[in-house]
Design a protein around this ligand. Structure first.
Ligand code: 13P
Ligand code: 13P
Ligand code: MG
Ligand code: MG
Length: 368
């Protein structure tokens, strides 16, 4: 029987503002997923948060897009919204874009990353959770894990991964996807995924060899909110699942890309570029200018479709230097105030006053 890890997340109310998740919502998640476990819907779970996003991490044997599992997550978010309204959390129900559940939560507001795989004798899995940014924020780190020999030593020295990987890239505007092989198509792949607001890495697969070719080894949530709501109501604050070791990059090779706090879009009002800062779950709260954008990582050693206890991987002084650098970059970017490239280009902003400003100036524009 195969094992499935599902991470389903939503912002159902912030505390305070878009800062973090209220303990009552975590409590709601624990209680309801506990009931789901007792009913046999899932085998194991861990409820946590990154910034103001409630994160449900679940292990089961039911495969991806399973109705019972998705419905359980949806019910947690619905109940969470009720609690959030009662205690007047900020933006209660923010990501609950549709009213009625129709089989799976795809396209309803929440973000989803799921992988189904044959459990190896040792199965380390990392769940990455980001707040105040978009799915394309995963492009650079996932590329580096699976395709960059300067990041992943194993690509050069481990015979089991030397042949490379296959990337599934989505065009999130045209709803198309393409499979691309590395190292053969590295440059073509980079030509796409460098445009991270449009082309996103959805999954990574192994090539023929040690692991089944049809079982993903990495998956990123890509539920672009503006597609579902008809307008852009929040950067997606994506999650990702990455399996490690034995035919895959080592744990440390998967974490290594996050030692560079690369620039991502999101941050204040979903309309600014800023550095992605790796933090512990305890520090996964957004403060300075509603950020800077954060990423937390929980490591699990999967056992017979159970999660066991997580290890908070960025809760480590080894990432202090990165955090310091991120703070330095945050300060540098902030000094630009309302100017690009701190503020996003017009097309990528979630808020804009430009139409109103243009209306006000109508009639005052002269031929130049
Ligand atoms: P161990 O010898 O500690 O198992 O580590 C192997 C490895 O590949 C570390 O990257
Ligand atoms: P969230 O997408 O995390 O709710 O943040 C929205 C925002 O506007 C932050 O400034
Ligand atoms: Mg919010
Ligand atoms: Mg958020």
């Amino acid at each position: 029987m195969k094992t499935t890890v599902s991470v389903i997340k939503a912002d159902v109310g912030g505390w305070p503002g878009h800062g973090t998740v209220h303990p009552k919502l975590i409590e709601t998640g624990n209680k309801m997923l506990g009931e789901g476990k007792n009913k046999g819907i899932i085998n194991d779970f861990h409820v946590t948060h990154c910034g103001d996003d409630l994160e449900l991490i679940m292990a089961h044997n039911k495969g991806v897009d399973n109705k019972e599992v998705h419905s359980l997550a949806w019910d947690v978010f619905k109940e969470g919204t009720k609690v959030a309204k009662e205690i007047k959390l900020y933006g209660a129900g923010q990501d609950m874009l549709k009213e009625a559940f129709s089989g799976n939560v795809r396209g309803m507001g929440p973000g989803i990353a799921e992988v189904e795989f044959t459990e190896r004798t040792g199965e380390p899995v990392i769940v990455f959770m980001m707040d105040k940014t978009e799915p394309g924020a995963f492009n650079l780190p996932v590329y580096r894990m699976f395709a960059d020999p300067f990041n992943t030593a194993g690509l050069v020295i481990d015979p089991s991964i030397h042949s490379g990987f296959v990337f599934e890239v989505w065009d999130i505007m045209e709803h198309k996807k393409v499979m691309m092989k590395t190292p053969e198509e590295m440059y073509d792949l980079l030509a796409l995924i460098g445009a991270k607001e449009r082309y996103v890495i959805k999954r990574v697969y192994p090539k023929k060899g040690k692991l089944p070719e049809n079982e993903p080894v990495a998956c990123v949530s890509t539920e672009k909110l503006f597609q579902t709501a008809g307008k852009y109501v929040g950067k997606d604050d994506p999650v990702g699942i990455v399996r490690c070791q034995s035919g895959l990059p080592a744990l440390g090779e998967v974490l290594e890309p996050f030692a560079f706090p690369h620039l991502v879009s999101g941050w204040m009002r979903g309309s600014h570029n800023g550095p992605l800062m790796p933090v512990s779950v305890k520090n996964a709260k957004c403060t300075r200018f509603d950020g800077p954008p954060r990423v937390a990582a929980l490591g699990f050693q999967i056992c017979n479709a159970t999660l066991g206890e997580p290890v908070d991987l960025f809760d480590d002084p080894a990432f202090d230097y990165t955090r310091e650098k991120a703070e330095y970059i945050a300060e540098y970017m902030r000094r630009h105030g309302p100017f690009e490239p701190h503020r996003l280009p017009l097309a990528d902003m979630e808020y804009t006053t430009l139409p109103d400003v243009m209306k006000k100036l109508e009639g005052r524009f002269e031929k130049a």
